[in-house]
Design a protein around this ligand. Structure first.
Ligand SMILES: [Zn+2]
Length: 476
């Protein structure tokens, strides 16, 4: 198997296992543990050793992992790759029970992020996330991941015969028309009559309160998936996902047809690069870091998002280690950050053949032609000349193709976690990512060779950052 195909296939397995940020962190954690990384807890003190491999999670939906170079000294640089674990989707509402419309059992969902919501119509959907399960003996709530591998939900379109206007323009209301159907009511009502005694409101236990918020059918489904009783479910955080699996596509296997390319591609490649560069850690002077954050799609401002103190707190504890307890010397931390570098990794827009005028004519990235450097003079992306020279030197040495992207002057531009991390931490940075089509659709399209290219670029960055940075005369 070619290295392109091996990387693409492993990525596909990763996406298929990871419908939510909780699953991303779970899978990344498993890959790291398998390769000798030790888990640290933010609430404990850390004993960081040269040649060590560590990771720390926050809310189990964001994760920072790092290796400490054998030649690391306090104040030395850090080579950082940042990405995000979340993607636009629907979240099951706190009260998801709907009063019946016709004969349908439906659940209320809330839009999460800026999805291309029309792409979610008529797809075979299911739910995944995490459930707080009460241990019957201790009474403690424990988090269990859940992923229902069966199409149980549908957001149906209206037949064209009932609304001819959709031939001109497909319009819908996000509150009214995106409520998925879970099943038909009759069967459920019958079951209810037989099995469930009517309770008065004053007798309601917290569990019954949960039953009042969600249909017993949904709670029963979660209970049976987790092999617990519905009474053991204290609460849950559930998201919708498309059950159609990620796959290789195109005449010559040139594409990946997949959900969540944005931004599981970067999360996957960063993780694999940190692992695949372990053999050079011993002679490295830097700390290599990957930071994978939840909540990018909704602005990153949360306890575990990139705009939180998660990464600054971790880096400040590393900068002085070992020798200075958890980096208590502030100047050592700043010294370290000033010589560090961030690759802010997020997906880029590939050229779309049917919308050529939506692209700036000289900046049209193609799939399978390497990672894209994203540039925006208005600082929606962090890329500047220093970063471009650095990454070009690293890519050239490894013979890796690279591309460039700017938006048209009359077009809006996305942004990334790059500007907030670079400004908050005082880091030099560049924005980079793989080109894809249909960003934020439930089914996106990327290039099958690009997984290998991005992973390789990150490996080269970790292996060569310190030496390459010395080749750029800057701020001296
Ligand atoms: Zn993204």
């Amino acid at each position: 198997m070619s290295h392109f195909k091996a990387a693409a296939n492993d990525f596909i397995d990763f996406v298929n296992a990871c419908p939510t940020p909780y699953h991303v962190v779970h899978d990344v954690r498993a890959r790291l543990v398998k390769n000798g990384f030790k888990e640290l807890k933010e609430k404990a003190s850390w004993n960081i050793e040269p040649n060590g491999r560590y990771f720390v999670t926050r809310n189990e939906s964001s994760i920072v992992a790092f290796t400490v170079g054998g030649k690391w000294k306090p104040g030395n640089p850090m080579a950082i790759v940042g990405a995000h674990t979340d993607s636009p989707t629907f979240r099951v509402k706190p009260v998801s029970k709907r009063s019946p419309s016709g004969n349908f059992l439906q659940i209320g969902v809330e839009c999460y992020g800026g999805g291309i919501w029309h792409s979610w119509f008529d797809r075979d959907l299911s739910v995944a996330g995490r459930v707080f399960v009460k241990d019957p003996t201790t009474g403690k709530s424990q988090i269990r991941l859940v992923k229902v591998d069966k199409p149980i939900l549908k957001i149906p379109t209206l037949a064209i015969h009932l609304d001819r206007s959709v031939m001109e323009k497909f319009e819908f209301n996000k509150e009214q028309h995106l409520t998925p159907v879970l099943g038909l009511l009759e069967k459920n009502l019958n079951k209810k009559k037989e099995e469930e005694p009517v309770e008065s409101e004053s007798d309601a236990t917290p569990h019954q309160a949960l039953e009042q918020c969600h249909d017993p059918a949904l709670l029963g489904l979660l209970a049976s998936e987790l092999d617990v009783t519905p009474e053991q479910i204290d609460n849950f955080e559930l998201y919708l996902f498309d059950t159609q699996k990620s796959c290789i596509g195109g005449l010559n296997d040139e594409f990946i047809f997949s959900p969540r390319l944005d931004n599981q591609v970067s999360s996957y490649c960063a993780t694999e690069a940190l692992i695949k560069s372990l053999d050079t850690v011993e002679k490295d002077e830097s700390i290599r870091v990957i930071g994978l954050f939840d909540h990018e799609e909704v602005g990153s401002l949360s306890y575990q998002g990139a705009d939180s103190n998660f990464l600054p707190a971790v880096l400040s504890r590393l900068a002085g280690a070992p020798g200075q307890n958890d980096g208590s010397d502030v100047s050592i931390n700043y010294q370290s950050l000033a010589s560090s570098f961030l690759l802010s990794a997020d997906q880029a827009h590939a050229f779309h053949p049917n919308y050529p005028t939506s692209y700036e004519s000289a900046h049209r990235p193609d799939m399978n032609r390497g990672p894209v450097i994203k540039i925006n003079g208005n600082q929606r992306y962090t890329t500047d000349g220093v970063g471009m020279v650095l990454i070009q030197k690293i890519a050239e040495k490894a013979n890796l193709p690279m591309q460039k992207f700017v938006v048209k002057n009359d077009s809006s531009c996305g942004s990334t976690i790059g500007p907030m991390l670079a400004s908050k931490l005082g880091l030099r940075s560049i924005d980079i990512g793989n080109p894809q089509l249909s960003m934020h659709s439930v089914r996106e399209t990327g290039g099958s060779k690009d997984i290998y290219y991005l992973e390789k670029l990150f490996i080269e960055f970790f292996n060569n950052f310190v030496e390459t940075d010395k080749q750029i005369v800057y701020d001296e």
